[in-house]
Design a protein around this ligand. Sequence first.
Ligand SMILES: CC/C=C\C/C=C\C/C=C\C/C=C\C/C=C\C/C=C\C=C\C(=O)SCCNC(=O)CCNC(=O)[C@H](O)C(C)(C)COP(=O)(O)OP(=O)(O)OC[C@H]1O[C@@H](n2cnc3c(N)ncnc32)[C@H](O)[C@@H]1OP(=O)(O)O
Ligand code: NDP
Length: 413
Amino acid sequence: MGSLGRCLARSLLRGQPGPSRPPGPRCYGSAPPELQEKTLVLVKPDAVQRRLVGTVIQRFERRGFKLVAMKMLQADQGLLDKHYQQLRQKPFYPALLAYMTSGPLVAMVWEGYNVVRSTRAMVGDTNSAAAAAGTIRGDLSMHVSRGQVAFITGGGSGIGFRVAEIFMRHGCRTVIASRNLQRVSEASKKLEAATGQQCLPLSIDVRQPQTIVAAVDEALKEFKRIDILINGAAGNFLCPAAALSFNAFKTVIDIDTIGTFNTSKVLFEKYFRDHGGIIVNITATLSYRGQALQVHAGAAKAAIDAMTRHLAVEWGPNNVRVNSLAPGPITGTEGYRRLGGKFAEAASQFDMIPLQRAGNKTEIAHSTLYLASPLSSYVTGTTLVVDGGSWLTSANNFPALLDFWAAGTNKNQ
Ligand SMILES: CC/C=C\C/C=C\C/C=C\C/C=C\C/C=C\C/C=C\C=C\C(=O)SCCNC(=O)CCNC(=O)[C@H](O)C(C)(C)COP(=O)(O)OP(=O)(O)OC[C@H]1O[C@@H](n2cnc3c(N)ncnc32)[C@H](O)[C@@H]1OP(=O)(O)O
Ligand SMILES: NC(=O)C1=CN([C@@H]2O[C@H](COP(=O)(O)OP(=O)(O)OC[C@H]3O[C@@H](n4cnc5c(N)ncnc54)[C@H](OP(=O)(O)O)[C@@H]3O)[C@@H](O)[C@H]2O)C=CC1
């Protein structure tokens, strides 16, 4: 438990802050000691930020232990120096101190039979990556992107929003950037409230490099680092090639393909060239089978997949990994609405997908997290298809899509 635990346990029980008395036994009162055993459990700052206090309490209560005291506090160096007396000379101690003082923690005293030994088993290995499933650390610790900063274009809506949310739940701070400042501002408030992490909303048009330069400058001023770029900004609509205006084709290429290049290049020049970085480009499977009514988006996304490979080769020596992630049809998104997801559902088209359903935003966000994390540290220049096997089997139903398009239901809202 350590001296902070014992000191806090006593101070909590006395209702006084800070340590004063020397360490004493963990048992109190006159009942059999093993029944009255008490231990202190600290919910550390990142878990408090991630709203996990209730989850931790629930686990102890379900094991039959009794919560006898609880206090939220901001630990100071004096208290931590005492608690970690034996670690103070270790090289990692400054980092530990910074972490433990990075926000409020919640100290709790739990009582019950064998609570000290049970707590060790319930909390799990100190190395969260090695902690067993079923333990608190094994189930709840997030270490893949803690302390990092992700710049997410198109992060104010749909898939990009969920990517931001999942990254933030894993300890990452985010910048969400798109044309509509009001939309990203409202999204950032929701994200911060849900995750406790910081989210900076910025306005950019990926077709205009100077807006990206300004946004990246602002993000670096705020966070001093950017570790991850998610190129999610895109535009799409159903339209047969014969009806597509020259400008409509160009517009989609400008946003998707050139926008991805613009943003990647600005990030590379301003930060990744010197510090390394990770780029994930959100693409699509449209070109694999020449999806009807999608020549503009299919060509735009295929070009991004090619760009992924070129940039992976050129920027690998700078420790920049570049990968694409190609989602299949994803429910609850603008893409799903515009491309006839509901229509495909009603026509039982998704029964043909090997996994027999459309995907959801969280599934895309988790796969994006994989590509943006050290779990994929040797992966670069590739496209991860996250579509339940959809493109392998889905019918390319040209007449049905033409009917859907002709009915006009795919128009911008
Ligand atoms: C989900 C699919 C489900 C089922 C499909 C069913 C069966 C198939 C089964 C399986 C398919 C397998 C996989 C597919 C799965 C997924 C889809 C894949 C990819 C999805 C990609 C996406 O990007 S989805 C993102 C959608 N979100 C957005 O598009 C938001 C942003 N969009 C916009 O801002 C606009 O729409 C825009 C792209 C047009 C850009 O706006 P702006 O810059 O303001 O441009 P405008 O000035 O308005 O327009 C420029 C020119 O474009 C012409 N235009 C605009 N809209 C249309 C339209 N609807 N149709 C035709 N032409 C259009 C406009 O007229 C301008 O041209 P001019 O010549 O007139 O100047
Ligand atoms: N939904 C699906 O089933 C699939 C989606 N995808 C891809 O996933 C990503 C997200 O799609 P989805 O969630 O459906 O759609 P959304 O419309 O929610 O996402 C597109 C985002 O791009 C932003 N954006 C568009 N144009 C620009 C621009 N010029 N500059 C900056 N930002 C821009 C939009 O914000 P704003 O309007 O504020 O600029 C919006 O936030 C896209 O890359 C899409 O191609 C791929 C396959 C399937």
